[in-house]
Design a protein around this ligand. Sequence first.
Ligand SMILES: [Zn+2]
Length: 228
Amino acid sequence: MNPRLSNLFEQVYRELRPRAPLPEFEVRFFPFSNLNNTIRLRQGRVLVRLSDLLEGAPEPVLHAILHILIAKLYRKEIDEAHAARYRKIAGTQAITEKMRLIRQMRGRKRIAGASGVHYHLEEIFEDLNQRFFHGLMGRPQMTWSNGHSRYSLGHYDPAHNTIVVSKIFDQPHVPRYAIEYLVYHEMLHLRHPVKMRGSRRCVHSKAFQEEEKLCPQLAEAKRFLKGL
Ligand SMILES: [Zn+2]
């Protein structure tokens, strides 16, 4: 579980119920398609799901929402300052816009998941992570695309921190080095965010291209992709 959330839950619980023993609990971010936050009591365990739209939210906001949820669960009075703090963020343009985008994305492409029939994208990511990035790269969401698109072989979607790889590669005749190349390329997009040069977007910078050359069997991989 996210340690930041656990600590916060404990703190808020203590504020609301100073004398009651801390129950078993689980708090996590969940990809709701709107600003949903839920709390449930299941066999003595408190289960909290926070909308992943709040994942980057500052501490006072998370504090406020946990306060509201825990207070509701135990029928305590909701502190007006917390309620106001939460209303304020929920109404901001940033959140509304994010919600619109997420609804669009999640509505359109249902996430297919990382595990294919022949290759597992998370396993490939972690293997490359160890070999080339000292295991230091945080793994984004990895998923096969739903369609068998030839046009988008792979892409990194920064809004959802997701690497998507076309399903056409999840086949026995596709060599592993070709998928490794695609995933490695998208990992470099994570490392080298798009820069603006004047009004031009620089997607594959010089540094990006230099690092791409370190990809093993680069030439074979490119040849294979061309032959598709
Ligand atoms: Zn690229």
